[in-house]
Design a protein around this ligand. Structure first.
Ligand code: ADP
Ligand code: UDP
Length: 237
């Protein structure tokens, strides 16, 4: 597999073409951003942890029946993935109130929902990723009705699987963001990443935050939290 030209550099990853038109290489960086890029920093070692965590979790999800873009880990920071056309939706599942949900609806962080919620943001940095509903997604032609149904089904399956997995590691899965894409034949698969950048993960006993909120909220101990959550994952694989 040959690594060819860089196609894209995002906030957390770089994307490269390969000699196979159906495959890409993603490279995970240590760069961290928050609040739509307003806050910038570095989390040393994050790229390695996010790469490895995302790959372990996607491999597990694949076995559990959720198709993903994951193909093969190439090294500590680089992974071979199936090329997709990203559906421009951020799909957010929540089990417990936190972050923008708490702020928007005036609910204290930590309130446990009877059922998980799903919400969609239009993935558009210029607009600040606005919250939309599925009718808006259809009006904007971001996805077809069948694709939205598939995405919802997979997103709740991912939640069921990850919630149980993290529970076995002594970690509570509060909420997370997923992205989906279309393979060349139109099949919907889970893409992008699943990591402490994209999930809220709290220690089940102490409630300690083991995710990017430590960076967003200047809580300190960011690198330590990423190392701790990776360690929990590795000892429960
Ligand atoms: P951002 O674009 O939000 O700054 P990243 O730095 O994580 O995010 O960049 C990675 C980019 O690659 C994202 O835009 C993401 O949607 C896209 N992407 C993720 N997985 C795939 C894939 N399998 N095929 C094509 N694009 C992908
Ligand atoms: N999230 C993400 N990328 C985004 C927005 C949110 O990965 O652009 C994740 C975030 O880490 C959290 C969940 O989605 O696990 C819900 O985030 P929320 O809407 O509460 O937004 P925030 O508080 O980050 O503004």
């Amino acid at each position: 597999m040959e690594k060819l030209q860089q196609l894209y550099e995002g906030k957390a990853k770089k994307v490269f073409a390969t000699d196979d038109p159906e495959l890409l290489i993603v490279e995970y960086k240590d760069d961290a951003t928050a609040f739509n890029g307003l806050k910038k920093g570095t989390i040393h070692g994050k790229g390695v942890i996010n790469n490895q965590m995302s790959n372990r979790l996607m491999a597990k999800l694949e076995s559990a029946g959720v198709p993903t873009h994951y193909v093969k880990e190439l090294n500590q920071r680089e992974t071979l993935v199936k090329k997709v056309r990203i559906v421009p939706l951020e799909v957010i599942i929540r089990n417990i109130a936190a972050g923008s949900f708490s702020k928007r609806y005036g609910v204290e962080e930590g309130v446990v929902f009877e059922q998980p919620t799903i919400e969609f943001s239009y993935k558009n940095d210029d607009l600040g990723d606005p919250l939309i509903n599925t009718y808006h997604a259809l009006a904007l032609k971001l996805a077809t009705p069948a694709e939205i149904e598939t995405i919802k089904k997979y997103a709740f399956q991912v939640n069921d699987f990850l919630r149980a997995f993290w529970k076995s590691c002594g970690v509570t899965l509060v909420d997370f963001k997923l992205e989906f894409g279309r393979l060349s034949d139109g099949t919907i698969v889970l893409a992008d990443e699943i990591s402490p950048d994209t999930c809220r993960l709290w220690d089940s006993k102490t409630g300690e935050k083991l995710d990017k909120d430590r960076f967003r909220r200047d809580m300190g101990g960011v690198e330590e939290a990423y190392a701790e959550i990776m360690n929990r994952l590795e000892t429960h694989l």
